[in-house]
Ligand binder design. Sequence first.
Ligand code: UDP
Ligand code: MG
Length: 312
Amino acid sequence: MMKKFKVSVVIPAYNEAENINPLLERLLPVLQPYNDYEVIFVDDGSQDNSLDVLERCHQENDKIHYVSFSRNFGHQYALRAGIEYASGDCVISMDADLQHPPELLTDMINQWQEGYDVVYTIRQDTQDAGILKKTTSYLFYKIFSFFSGLKLPQGTADFRLLDRKAANVLASMQEGNLFLRGMVFWMGFKQKAILYKAEKRFKGTSSYTLSKMVALAILGATSFSIKPLRVAIYLGLLIALFGGLFTAYVLYQKLFGGSVITGWASLMSVVLVLGGVQLFMMGIIGEYIGMIFMETKRRPKYIVQKTTILKQ
Ligand code: UDP
Ligand code: MG
């Protein structure tokens, strides 16, 4: 007996006018066999004519919807909005640039039907990625795993299926500093990984600049634990220990050694190292205070200016 269910596909799109139709050409045949589906594009304040393209798509096929932001709020917020607007029994998120092959959705839905609540994907290799992107992405997963204590597998992106109950959990999380990848792992449930080969971005260029990636990495490292703050305790203890030993040496020199005027080099290095360490730790503390500051404002996470679908 074929169970009836609805599939939601959520696609954040920022300046993807040239990719939307080629994506739909591959995606719709994959979704056709299912009883009911919806495709929700989240236009993240695109400056090109993405919105016009989406409007036309919606007029041709009323299963295709869009939610358009008043400005660019960022990929993570677009994803979150899509999950909030989606009404399917499962919610699949994917990129608009065809790097996430639509054909994989069949596999994801099958695994979900087998009883998994989260089906996430692991990128095998990226034809697109240069050495810089590969290295930063490697460091990113390492740093995140170290600080969060969550074993986020290398190469997981926001290409995954969420069961309705997992989607509800994500939509109910009120935090403003979004790092969905980590939150999905933190959440638990029955999770299953499937592997895929990432394709080349169809048109346009990646809008994840190095500075956006660094910001995401810092957010990932700091928003899941207070481990970075604890680094201050260990670092402080270590430096105090060295300080104690050095003081003993200085006292010994003063009492028994005679000359104590020499030592400009050691003095300078102590001042410089200590100054650096203190600034670094203040930066980390500042990062946390900044997050508290942002959270206390309780601003909306995104602002919708136009939509073809109502929030659930
Ligand atoms: N994206 C978005 N808002 C942004 C940047 C990107 O919604 O501010 C979307 C973009 O349209 C794409 C996905 O997020 O569907 C991934 O972005 P991109 O391809 O630029 O990143 P990369 O694949 O290089 O990580
Ligand atoms: Mg991409």
